[in-house]
Design a protein. Structure first.
Length: 390
């Protein structure tokens, strides 16, 4: 073999080795995709945060789908761009995706306002967008009246005010019943399902009539004005009655059944989009009647299983403590409440709210306190109070 041939072979071998190593490194290099927002570890299904889904992420088969479509259509043309411009002037380093998710979650919040009597605001970042939206008074009023028939009031609270105990649990449950969860959502709202549903709330579902329940917890005026909102209220009442009855009738057995059901469905990948809402509700209600340490343990177990299985969208049990190392523009969720949203006429009130299709009253039960456990950053914090209309 001549020296020239040897050199050519050596060069070719080196080039092949370089290409192979380059391809191998690219295949195993971390992509910086979505990481679990409760510890910085990538989930098995790690992927970068994408843009929000259409129609508020409400499944087409869901009773809230039509209300979501109407809410989207009620936003005046060009309003989002004008609000975005104001927010970007305050936060010039804000990522485009972060803006999209903040706006998306504010619209989800408004849908909750359309069906609940009052809704605490648990995200400072989403609340900042709301503040800027209020600067466009005429357009904001137009949106509110087109969607719900009345103004959605931004209700700040004084220093040292505290929300009613259990409000975070109520928020988490209603949010989970209406919307498909996403990791980006959890990063804005903070941890979910970390505060037990008060036993007294469950007993309200069991003992109160539809009219009484609407007056106490739901936005009856908006429901009377818009059939799609009335349908959502009826759906939530039916779900709440069913979950409360089952939790009260067999605490331990129900917890085991819901826990097994949750494991099975998560493992199967949840191909039915309708089943991606309310997935945690059964376990949440039954575990809320257990001692607080058991409640926290069972919710933590659900969180760990979500992480192991590469949960649907990584949003249900996240603690919202992620960082921004993914480069998607999201920091950790704050989990704090600042202001409450409610309607100027008090939202739900003494009106009959007729036409609601609640479930059977179910079995009775003794009233518990309207308190809730703590943990996971899911309670209201920062010295702020929650609520809106009174």
């Amino acid at each position: 073999m001549t020296p020239t041939v040897f050199i050519v072979i050596l060069v070719v071998a080196l080039l092949v080795s370089f290409v192979f190593r380059s391809q191998r490194g690219r295949s195993i290099r971390p992509t910086g995709g979505a990481r679990s927002s409760y510890g910085g570890r990538p989930t098995p299904s790690a992927h970068r945060t994408g843009p929000p889904p259409a129609n508020l992420g409400v499944p087409q088969e869901h009773p809230a789908y039509q209300a979501a479509l109407r809410l989207e259509a009620a936003v005046p043309e060009g309003l989002e761009a004008r609000v975005k411009d104001r927010v970007q002037k305050r936060e010039p380093g804000m990522y485009e995706l972060e803006w999209q998710w903040r706006w998306f979650e504010l619209k989800r919040y408004f849908l909750l306002c359309g069906v609940l009597r009052s809704v605490p605001m648990y995200s400072e970042k989403v609340d900042d967008v709301w503040h800027e939206l209020l600067m466009f008074t005429r357009e904001y009023e137009q949106f509110c009246k087109s969607f719900s028939g009345m103004l959605i009031h931004h209700a700040p609270h004084g220093p040292g005010g505290q929300p009613e105990a259990g409000e975070r649990a109520w928020f988490d449950w209603a949010y989970g019943e209406l919307f498909v969860p996403y990791a980006a959502s959890a990063r804005l709202w903070g941890a979910m399902y970390r505060t037990p549903m008060p036993a007294s709330r469950m007993d309200e579902f069991i003992a109160l009539s539809d009219e009484e329940l609407v007056a106490r917890r739901f936005n009856g005026r908006a429901g009377d004005a818009y059939p799609d909102l009335r349908d959502v209220i009826g759906y939530l009442m039916h779900r709440g009655r069913t979950l409360s009855s089952e939790a009260r009738q067999g605490d331990a057995a129900s917890r085991d059944r819901y826990r097994d059901e949750y494991r099975h469905r998560r493992h199967d990948g949840w191909s039915d989009t309708m089943m991606t809402t309310g997935v945690m509700s059964g376990l949440f209600f039954t575990s809320s009647l257990a001692p607080d340490d058991q409640f926290q343990r069972e919710m933590e177990e659900a969180r760990e299983r979500e992480e192991q299985n590469g949960a649907y969208n990584g949003g249900y049990a996240c603690d919202g403590s992620g960082d921004d190392r993914d480069g998607d523009g999201f920091g950790g969720g704050d989990g704090n409440s600042r202001d409450g949203g409610g309607f100027g006429d008090g939202g739900g009130n003494g009106d009959s709210g007729g036409g609601y299709s609640g479930g059977d009253s179910g079995a009775g039960g003794s009233s518990g306190s309207d308190g809730g456990g703590t943990g996971g950053g899911s309670s209201c914090g920062g010295g702020s109070s929650c609520g809106g209309s009174s």
